[in-house]
Design a protein around this ligand. Structure first.
Ligand code: CAO
Length: 467
């Protein structure tokens, strides 16, 4: 009897197990149970993802650098002897890779392959089979001319995601080569940047290149996520014009508002200057509904960065009046409401500037912050490079390089609590060619020796010298 009881108990346990498992899986959405490892010690977010990095200059490299910081194995393919053209552009230390290159290619491995050489093509095909994502930002058609069409890649590896940056999407300009400032101009940024009475301006922030690289990185991780469900890769395309327009979307908002009357938060409204049929340049006016300007502080204009951005946010208007010494403006109907202030913004900001000019930008920041008045000092690159809080968070990092010594770089600006980026120096040209041929592509020592003499991974000049 006791035996029978035991048996039935066992049976009950046996039958319960799969059901319990199923319920647990349902509860966790099919995900593994939460890691017991401390945060930051469970590997990196993109561990196991391998990227065939065919990028150069800035837009593509910013994308693959981000993926590398998140743990992807990024294999940068470069032309033998030359490499990414930026290695030799804006050189500051003779004989060393330029900062242009080193600051855009951290945490990657470099392999040199002549993609137009027969043996080079064979190596590339092998790499395609081993990688999850191919990222490129060649001129339109260049990848196809190498023989690496979508059909060819997809046949070799149906799981491959092929991600591209181009200047323009399909349309009249799709065949054009594009650099940063061209994208800023064609994406609507330049026409809306600068002062109304001056020419269009480009911005210092590289919204065309680095901005599009960011868009592409998001496209890639999204495609990787979809692949975990569908099992297949797809094409990801980010056109620089589209990326800039996306970042300038508030200006397309204003374009449509024009149909319904003047843009009252623009200084030109208060100055009585009529609006045309396109979003005008707005100087340093705030892009949102809260009027803002860049104002001089103590030391300006001799010090080109002794300025502060000051926002006259409506909820803190009374504090602003007290701080600048105009307490009557709190109740004066000419100044007390946002609507009443709009036509007088020039006069209001002139008065505020008379106050900011009595303070350094940091003193002004300290005082204004006590009252929650939104503001920000204009920080120079020198000040940012020396900022200790940015060093602490890893946003500004010091990196050591065998040929140039120590240099500063911008680390990963995206902080994940369970995938902590460590910035490693950029690779020397072809530094990892041998290890990738051996460990990733599993070529034998004899095969590697044959590849070396084939000319597929070495520059023609070097071959001549050796002969
Ligand atoms: N082995 C052999 N050949 C290689 C190679 C390798 N490893 N890597 C590149 N090449 C070849 C390409 O195949 C191409 O040859 P073809 O013209 O015969 O097809 C050639 O190098 C030049 O490539 P490219 O046209 O892309 O380079 P470019 O300097 O003339 O143009 C750029 C640069 C950026 C304007 C262009 O690549 C482009 O428009 N890219 C898309 C938009 C973009 O990313 N712009 C931002 C750049 S950052 O400001």
């Amino acid at each position: 009897m006791a035996k029978a009881k035991k048996k039935s108990k066992l049976k009950a346990v046996k039958t319960k197990k799969p059901a319990a498992k199923k319920a647990a899986a349902k509860k966790s959405n099919g995900l593994p149970s939460p890691s017991k490892k401390p945060f930051g010690q469970a590997g990196l977010a993109l561990d196991g993802v391998r990227i065939l990095d065919f990028t150069h200059v800035q837009s593509g490299p910013t994308c693959t650098q981000l993926l590398a910081w998140f743990g992807a194995d990024v294999i940068k393919v470069e032309r033998p002897g030359v490499g990414d053209i930026t290695r030799g552009q804006l050189v500051d230390v003779k004989g060393a890779d330029s900062l242009y290159f080193t600051m855009l290619n951290h945490n990657k491995r470099s392999i040199t392959i002549d993609s137009k050489h027969k043996k080079g093509k064979e190596i590339l095909d092998r790499l395609i089979k081993e990688c999850d994502v191919l990222v490129e930002n060649f001129a339109p058609g260049a990848l196809d001319r190498m023989g690496l069409t979508w059909e060819h890649i997809h046949k070799l590896n149906p799981r491959m995601i092929v991600a591209s940056v181009k200047g323009f999407g399909p349309g009249p300009y799709e065949d054009c080569k594009v650099y940063e400032n061209v994208a800023q101009c064609t994406g609507g940024s330049a026409s809306t940047t600068g002062f109304r009475d001056g020419p269009p301006l480009v911005t210092g922030a590289q919204i065309g290149d680095s901005g599009t690289g960011l868009h592409l990185a998001l496209g890639i991780v999204t495609a990787l996520y979809q692949r975990s469900r569908t099992g297949r890769g797809q094409k990801v395309l980010c056109a620089m014009q589209d990326g800039v327009l996306n970042l300038a979307r508030v200006k397309l908002r204003d374009q449509q508002r024009l149909k319904h009357g003047p843009l009252t938060e623009y200084s030109q409204y208060g100055e009585g200057i009529p609006f045309g049929d396109a979003t005008p340049r707005a100087g340093n006016d705030s892009g949102g509904g809260q009027p803002g300007r860049i104002l001089k502080c103590k030391g300006a204009p001799q010090d080109p960065n002794a300025y502060i951005y000051f926002i006259t946010q409506a909820p803190v208007w009374e504090s602003i009046c007290d701080v600048i010494g105009e307490p009557t403006w709190k109740t004066d109907p000419e100044f007390s409401t946002p609507k009443a202030r709009l036509p007088k913004l020039n006069a209001i900001f002139e008065r505020i500037e008379r106050w900011t000019m009595t303070k350094t930008k940091f003193e002004a920041m300290d005082i204004l912050n006590k009252y929650d008045i939104p503001c920000g000092p204009i920080l120079s690159m020198k000040e940012l490079a020396e900022d200790q809080s940015l060093r602490k968070t890893g946003t500004v990092v010091e990196v050591d390089h065998p040929k140039r010594g120590k240099y500063l770089s911008v680390g990963n600006p995206i902080k994940l609590s369970d995938s902590i980026s460590k910035v490693k120096r950029s690779p020397l040209l072809g530094e990892h060619t041998d290890e990738i041929l051996k460990d990733v592509l599993r070529y034998s020592a004899k095969e590697i020796a044959d590849i070396k003499v084939s000319g597929a991974i070495t520059a023609p000049e070097k071959k001549e010298k050796a002969a």
